[in-house]
Ligand binder design. Structure first.
Ligand SMILES: Nc1nc2c(ncn2[C@@H]2O[C@H](COP(=O)(O)OP(=O)(O)O)[C@@H](O)[C@H]2O)c(=O)[nH]1
Ligand SMILES: [Mg+2]
Length: 184
C-alpha cells in the first residue's frame, strides 16, 4: 500500500518540538520519533532528513556513519536547540568523533539508550558510553517494542521546549539590557 490516507494529520502532541534525533544507522531514531509522535507511519529506512512539524527532525544514520556527511549533520542541527542522541543498548561503541555533538555551545544533548528489550542489552555499559562522551544524565532507557521510556522522554522534551520558550523571552530582555550596558 502506498501512502496512508487514514492517518489523521492532527498532531497528538503539538508541544513536542525543537529537537533532532541523532545516532548510528539502525539505532532506532525513526521508530522512537514516530512512537513519541504517536504517528501511524511505518518505519522505513530514512534516506534524507525528515522534518516533522515544529522542528522535530529525524536524521539519516549516514550522517553519523560517514564522515563526509558530518558537515550536513552540523548544518541540520544548527538551528535546533536539543539533540537527542541514541546509544543502542547492545552497543559499546560511540558512533561519532569526540566533541562533534558539542561543536555548538549551548546546545543541549539528551542521552537515550535505545532498544532496551534486546536480549543482549547492557544498559549500564550504554549509559557509561554516554557519560564517557560528555553527555550528562538523566538518560532515558527506551524500547519501541515494549514502550518503555517513550512517555518519559516525550514529557521531558516537552518540558525542555516550554522552559526554552520562557528562556527565549528572558534572553531577549537580557540582550537588550546588555546592549544598553555597552552603550555608555
Ligand atoms: N527490538 C527493537 N527493535 C527496534 C527498536 N527500535 C527500532 N527497532 C528496529 O530497528 C530497526 C531500525 O530502526 P529505525 O528506527 O529505522 O532506526 P534508524 O536508522 O535509527 O532510524 C527497525 O527494524 C526497527 O523496527 C526497539 O526499541 N527494539
Ligand atoms: Mg531512520
Amino acid at each position: 500500500m502506498s501512502g496512508n490516507p487514514d492517518v489523521s494529520k492532527e498532531r497528538l502532541h503539538p508541544d513536542l518540538a525543537g529537537f533532532a534525533m541523532v545516532g548510528d544507522v539502525g539505532c532506532g531514531k525513526t521508530a522512537l520519533t514516530l512512537a513519541m509522535l504517536e504517528s501511524g507511519e511505518k518505519v522505513r529506512k530514512t534516506q534524507a532528513v525528515v522534518f516533522h512539524p515544529s522542528h522535530v527532525v529525524d536524521t539519516p544514520g549516514e550522517f553519523i556513519s560517514r564522515p563526509a556527511y558530518y558537515g550536513a549533520l552540523l548544518a541540520t542541527i544548527a538551528d535546533i536547540d536539543t539533540i537527542v542522541y541514541l546509544q543502542p543498548a547492545n552497543s559499546k561503541t560511540f558512533s561519532l568523533p569526540p566533541g562533534l555533538l558539542h561543536v555548538y555551545p549551548g546546545k543541549r544533548v539528551v542521552g537515550v539508550v535505545s532498544k532496551t528489550d534486546l536480549s543482549d542489552a547492557d544498559t549500564e555499559t550504554a549509559c557509561r558510553v554516554l557519560a564517557d562522551h560528555n553527555i550528562s544524565p538523566p538518560y532515558f532507557l527506551t524500547s519501541t517494542e515494549t514502550g518503555e521510556g517513550v512517555d518519559s522522554l516525550r514529557s521531558f522534551l516537552i518540558t525542555l521546549q516550554k522552559s526554552d520558550s520562557n528562556l527565549g523571552a528572558d534572553a531577549k530582555h537580557a540582550e537588550r539590557a546588555h546592549v544598553g550596558v555597552n552603550e555608555f
